[in-house]
Ligand binder design. Structure first.
Ligand SMILES: Nc1ncnc2c1ncn2[C@@H]1O[C@H](COP(=O)(O)OP(=O)(O)OP(=O)(O)O)[C@@H](O)[C@H]1O
Ligand SMILES: [Mg+2]
Length: 414
C-alpha cells in the first residue's frame, strides 16, 4: 500500500502503538484539562479574588493549601490561561508562574520572573553574577514600566522556603511599597501548610491575606475525573467497566490523590499495550498498583543507612534459612556476623531493635509484640518485602565482601 513501510524489526511495535491509547498526552500529569470536575467552587473562589486585576486593582495575596494531587497546580494554570484570554490586549494584568521546586533559590526566582517580563533579548538579566539587590531593582523598574497588575504564582512555595528562608517573600511582598504604577500580587501554593509557622509574622500575614483550602477528592469525585479523561484518551470499549472504579478506590485510600489515580490508569494502559492486549482490565490495574508500590519501596530502600540495610539483610538471611518468624535475638546474631564480614561497627542489640522498629514503620518488615513472659517482652519479626526488594538488598554493593567472607576460628554464627 502506498505510504506504508515494509515489514521490519519495528513493525510489531507500530501495529501495537495507539491501539489502546488514542491520545497519550491526555493521561500525562502535565496535561491541563479544559474541564476540572469538582473544582468549580475553588475556581470561583480564586477567580473572585483575582478578578479585580482586570480593572487594574490589586488583588489580595493568596495562599493555596491542599494535599498532593488535589488539583492546585492544574486549577491555577487553568485560571492563568483564562485570565490571559479575558485581558484581551494584555493591558491590565500579567500572569507569571514559577515552580519553586525547579527554581529553588532567590536569584533563580527573580531571574525567572524578570525574564518572563523582559522581552528585549539584549536587556535580559544574566543567569548568574548579579547581586540580589541589583536584580531586584532592575525587576522593579521593569514591572513598574508595564503599568499593570502582576500576579505571580509561586508553586511549591515551601520548597523555596526550606532551602532559602523567607528572603524572597520579603522582596516580593514589599515590592508594592516601591512601585508607583504597577502592583504585584503573590499566590503561593503548598501541600505543606506547616511551613507558614516558620515565617516571620509580618510575611506570614502578608502571604496569607486570603487562604483557599483544597480538600482531598472522594472516590466518586476521582471516578468523575478519570471518566472525563478516559473519554478523550480511549475509544469506546477499551476500558473494562471495573477499571475506573478500581483506580479511584485505590487512590481514595491513598488520600484522594488525582495524580495517583491518573498514574494508575496510564500505567494500566501501558501494561496492556505492552502485553499486546486489546482491552484494559482490573488485572492490569493490579499490576500497575504493584509496580507503583515497588517503585516507592525501592526509593525508600535507597535512603536506608548501611546499618539499617544490614539489619534488613539479617532478616532476609534468617528467612531464607527457614525462619519465617524470628526474635530480635535471632536477627542480632546474623547482624553481628554480617557486620564482621563487611568490617562494620556493631551496634548494641537495643539499637538494632530500634532499627527493626523503623523498618516496621516503613512497612518493610512486620514486628509484633508476642508475649510478656518471664523473659520480658519478645517480638516476633517477619519479612514483608517483595522478592525484587530482597534481590536489591542482597546485591547492594555494601555487601560485596559478605559473599567472599571466611569467618575466623573464633567467630561462630549461631
Ligand atoms: N478536578 C480535576 N479534574 C481533572 N484532572 C485533575 C483534577 N484535579 C487534578 N487533576 C489532575 O491530577 C493531577 C494532579 O493534579 P495537580 O498537579 O494539580 O495536583 P497538586 O494539588 O498541584 O499536587 P502537588 O501538591 O503534589 O503539586 C494532574 O494531572 C491534574 O491535571
Ligand atoms: Mg502542584
Amino acid at each position: 500500500m502506498y505510504g506504508m513501510a515494509e515489514d521490519n524489526i519495528f513493525t510489531q511495535y507500530i501495529q501495537k502503538r495507539n491501539v489502546i491509547v488514542k491520545n497519550k498526552k491526555i493521561l500525562q500529569s502535565s496535561y491541563i484539562p479544559s474541564n476540572l470536575p469538582h473544582r468549580d467552587d475553588k475556581i470561583n473562589e480564586i477567580v473572585e479574588i483575582v478578578a479585580p486585576s482586570l480593572n487594574k486593582d490589586k488583588p489580595s495575596n493568596i495562599l493555596i493549601i491542599g494535599k498532593t494531587g488535589t488539583g492546585k497546580t492544574a486549577v491555577m494554570n487553568y485560571i492563568g490561561k483564562e485570565l490571559k484570554k479575558a485581558d484581551e490586549n494584555q493591558e491590565n494584568c500579567a500572569f507569571i508562574y514559577i515552580n519553586c521546586e525547579v527554581v529553588d533559590n532567590p536569584y533563580g526566582i527573580l531571574y525567572n520572573i524578570s525574564n518572563q517580563i523582559i522581552t528585549d533579548p539584549n536587556k535580559k538579566i544574566p543567569f548568574t553574577g548579579w547581586s540580589l539587590d541589583k536584580i531586584f531593582s532592575e525587576l522593579t523598574t521593569y514591572i513598574d514600566k508595564e503599568d499593570k497588575i502582576f500576579i505571580i504564582v509561586l508553586d511549591e512555595i515551601d520548597r523555596s522556603f526550606q532551602k532559602n528562608g523567607d528572603d524572597i517573600f520579603y522582596y516580593l511582598t514589599t515590592i508594592n511599597e516601591i512601585l508607583e504604577k504597577s502592583r504585584v500580587s503573590i499566590i503561593g501554593i503548598t501541600n505543606n501548610a506547616k511551613f507558614t509557622e516558620f515565617l516571620s509574622p509580618k510575611i506570614k500575614s502578608r502571604l496569607g491575606e486570603e487562604k483557599v483550602i483544597f480538600p482531598p477528592y472522594t472516590v466518586n469525585q476521582l471516578k468523575d475525573i478519570l471518566y472525563e479523561r478516559a473519554r478523550e484518551a480511549f475509544d469506546d470499549g477499551i476500558l473494562d467497566d471495573d477499571v475506573i472504579p478500581y483506580c479511584a478506590a485505590l487512590s481514595a485510600q491513598e488520600m484522594g490523590d488525582a495524580r495517583r489515580a491518573l498514574d494508575l490508569l496510564r500505567m494500566s494502559a501501558d501494561i496492556a499495550e505492552r502485553n499486546g492486549d486489546k482491552k484494559i482490565t482490573a488485572a492490569h490495574v493490579k499490576s500497575a498498583k504493584n509496580k507503583i508500590e515497588l517503585d516507592a519501596v525501592s526509593e525508600v530502600i535507597k535512603t536506608l543507612t548501611v546499618q539499617s540495610k544490614t539489619v534488613l539483610l539479617s532478616v532476609i538471611k534468617n528467612t531464607e534459612d527457614g525462619m519465617t518468624t524470628m526474635t530480635t535475638g535471632d536477627v542480632y546474631t546474623t547482624y553481628k556476623y554480617i557486620c564482621e564480614a563487611i568490617s562494620q561497627s556493631i551496634l548494641t542489640q537495643r539499637r538494632v531493635a530500634g532499627l527493626i522498629s523503623e523498618l516496621d514503620m516503613l512497612g518493610i518488615v512486620h514486628a509484633r509484640v508476642k508475649s510478656f513472659g518471664r523473659a520480658g517482652r519478645t517480638k516476633e519479626i517477619e519479612l514483608n518485602t517483595p522478592k525484587e526488594i530482597v534481590n536489591m538488598i542482597k546485591s547492594d554493593e555494601v555487601f560485596t565482601d559478605l559473599y567472599s567472607y571466611k569467618p575466623s576460628k573464633q567467630t561462630t554464627l549461631m
